[in-house]
Design a protein around this ligand. Structure first.
Ligand code: DLL
Length: 433
């Protein structure tokens, strides 16, 4: 099932021609309407879009970074006067000033199309009753999915996050068939469903439209098993407008980009554009956004692009699940460690649940990594040799995957923090000692 079949299955040659036309227009639009880009494009001798003859000319356009957006906080990257802006969203800003995104009416309309596309690709239909358990507010996730799903014709329940008992009550009483949440919150709710003691047959849940943070295949399987649903992964970010940038199709071998609205590239550490299939940092140019367009935005997300044909019939490029972010990669004793590698080892190991915490410390100039893992039930707590064997097993698996010594600590069931939004599993104490 497609939401906009003609566009989603467009021939690549036509898609590339459309992208080129839109790119030329977008570069001129930025040059003429955003002082920041006027200056940057002038410095780079690109000026307006007339110098762009081919998609590969994108390489001459300067990058935009999160710092650029922050330095222009809140509205200096806007391309339209405020009277044309109908909505403002922002990221949580946990690591500094929030990044702000603004939308014209047309932006909202296109955004809903993009979300309706990924929701349809993830299995949602007009017959679904979908509970949105993302936190409503400045975060793009809740309102983005809300309007996209309404456009699709699904019944939307704007539950927001929190109040777990009520979440489960609504699942049962309203006959909810779909859940929208972060993977962490879906996991939390799936535990709550088990604890509530109602049989799974009391729930009509069949699909999960998850996103906004990494979800390893192992984590996905755990959520699917616990809630008896099929999960699709969805990617996006505030700087690009929110969810709807890319999402899983039924084949689930990468998330299809909305390539008519977003032009992706992959760069390496030296900012050189990489050939197809190479892992590197994702860079995205918006081709349609009017309120706050961005040219070559460095997402810091590490992924790979796959242009090969997909069995689902969609022709738009697929990005693989992110391996992490350039800024969440931990460097411990010179070894690069992504939390997702650790998660893949932990989930699937018997006796332990999917909850963990990584603590990095520095003592006498030496880094150490402690991996706290939660036991599924307390029965093993009285079996010392069993605990020791489990600890050793996890330690050895981590050593072989990471090539690094870790301290594995097993903790009691339900003792680690649970998350209603994005999980924060890494505690880096190195700058505090
Ligand atoms: O998380 C937008 C969103 C909402 C996407 C709902 C999907 C669903 P931000 O809060 O600005 O926006 O966070 C963006 O979150 O750069 C990634 O590092 C991460 N991220 C988002 N989706 C995924 C995903 C929203 N599916 C940042 N897998 C991005 C991995 C993701 N990481």
């Amino acid at each position: 099932m497609y939401f906009q079949k003609n566009i989603e299955t467009m021939k690549r040659s036509e898609l590339n021609a459309l992208q080129l036309t839109k790119l030329k227009k977008m570069v001129s639009y930025c040059y003429n309407n955003v002082p920041f880009y006027h200056e940057k494009l002038t410095e780079a001798n690109v000026f307006d879009g007339s110098k762009i003859k081919d998609l590969s000319d994108l390489q001459y356009i300067p990058f935009t970074t999160k710092d650029d957006i922050r330095e222009n906080y809140p509205f200096n990257m806007m391309a339209r006067p405020m009277k044309d802006i109908v909505r403002v969203h922002a990221s949580s800003g946990t690591t500094g000033k929030p990044t702000v995104g603004v939308y014209t009416k047309e932006d909202l309309d296109i955004w809903s199309d993009c979300v309706a596309r990924v929701a349809t690709a993830g299995g949602a239909t007009a017959d679904d009753i979908i509970q949105i358990s993302f936190g409503y507010g400045l975060f793009t996730g809740a309102l983005g999915l809300h309007y996209g799903l309404e456009k699709l014709g699904a019944t939307v329940i704007p539950a927001s996050s929190g109040n777990t008992k009520k979440q489960l009550m609504m699942f049962r009483d309203f006959g909810v068939t779909g859940l929208v949440a972060t993977p962490s919150y879906a996991l939390y709710l799936s535990e709550a469903v088990k604890d509530a003691g109602f049989p799974l047959s009391d729930y009509r849940l069949r699909l999960g439209i998850l996103g906004s943070e990494p979800c390893t295949p192992e984590m996905r399987e755990e959520i699917e098993k616990n809630l008896n649903i099929t999960v699709s992964d969805n990617y996006g970010m505030t700087e690009l407008g929110g969810p709807g940038v890319s999402g899983d199709c039924p084949v689930r071998k990468g998330m299809h980009f909305a390539e008519d609205h977003f032009l992706p590239e992959i760069i390496n550490k030296d900012c050189q554009v990489q050939p197809e299939g190479t892992v590197g940092e994702l860079v995205v140019t918006t081709l349609s956004r009017q309120g706050m367009p961005v040219l070559r935005y460095r997402t810091k997300d590490i992924t790979r692009l796959d242009y090969s044909p997909c069995e689902c019939g969609r022709t738009h490029v697929r990005m693989s699940k992110t391996l992490g972010r350039t800024d969440d990669m931990l460097i411990i004793k010179g070894v690069n460690v992504f939390p997702s590698q650790i998660e893949s080892v932990l989930i699937g190991t018997p006796h332990i649940g999917p909850h963990y915490q990584l603590i990095v410390r520095r003592k006498n100039f030496r880094d150490s990594l402690e991996v706290k893992v939660e036991l599924i039930d307390g029965s093993l707590l009285v079996n010392f040799s069993g605990l020791e064997a489990l600890q050793r097993d996890i330690h050895d698996k981590l050593k072989s995957v990471l090539g690094l010594e870790t301290k594995v600590t097993l903790v009691e069931p339900k003792s680690l923090e649970r998350f209603q939004g994005k999980a924060k599993r890494v505690l880096d104490l190195r700058n505090e000692s």
